[in-house]
Design a protein around this ligand. Structure first.
Ligand code: ADP
Ligand code: ZN
Length: 198
């Protein structure tokens, strides 16, 4: 990745399906910033407490301490003036306001890294990711390994029949699939409540 010199901030988005290494990549970038002795703050949404209330945890059990927040505005309120690097994991779970928050932090001269799912379990763009990707300087799309055939996997296959847009991933709830092996869940019998989103 090209290094931007000077005092300008910027936004990096790391996206892809579950198991594609988004958290690992975020942790890798943060560890390098730590080595460079930069001032760092990490956040995750409060909804995501499947492994740890306060840590960013990858499926390979790498972890970093973070601050769980309920809304995007909480991030703005928590970020210190002196902070140089802001990392956000599971950013798809935030409200649409996260786009302006990331923009403002970058305008304040901070390096902002945001990792999140770009598609939901129906293969639809997962708001607020599309808008976040549109305003980012750098977008890294990660792929996982398809659990059916071993091809590059772009989808997150839900293995249960829930039709809620947000079902936080426990063991065995999801697996990575390529576009050929992905089976679009049948939601036609369900109430259109959250299915209409996006
Ligand atoms: P993400 O944040 O994108 O969900 P993580 O960074 O938490 O991904 O985890 C990535 C790790 O998940 C990989 O290094 C690997 O150890 C593990 N893993 C489990 N299933 C898969 C898969 N189908 N494809 C790739 N990695 C997988
Ligand atoms: Zn496949």
């Amino acid at each position: 990745m090209q290094v931007i010199q000077g005092r300008s901030g910027w936004l990096e988005v790391i996206c892809g399906p579950m198991f594609s290494g988004k958290s690992e990549e975020l942790i890798r970038r943060i560890r390098r910033a730590e080595i460079a002795r930069q001032r760092i703050q990490l956040f995750k949404p409060k909804v995501d407490d499947r492994y740890s209330e306060t840590e960013i945890v990858s499926h390979s059990q790498q972890r970093l301490p973070s601050t769980p927040v309920a809304s995007s505005l909480d991030i703005l309120a928590c970020v210190d003036d002196k902070t140089e690097v802001v990392g956000i994991d599971e950013v798809q779970f935030f409200d649409e306001g996260i786009v302006e928050v990331c923009d403002r932090l970058a305008n304040m001269g901070k390096r902002v890294m945001a990792a999140g799912l770009d598609m939901d379990y129906l293969g639809r763009p997962f708001a607020p990711m599309p808008n976040l990707m549109a305003i980012a300087e750098y977008v890294t799309k990660q792929l996982a390994i398809c659990m059916r055939c071993g091809d590059p996997a772009v989808h997150t296959q839900r293995l249960t029949d829930s039709t809620d847009t947000i079902v936080v991933g426990a063991q065995g709830t999801y697996e990575a699939r390529c576009r050929r092996c992905f089976v679009l869940p049948d939601v036609s019998q369900e109430e259109p409540k959250d299915v209409a989103k996006g």
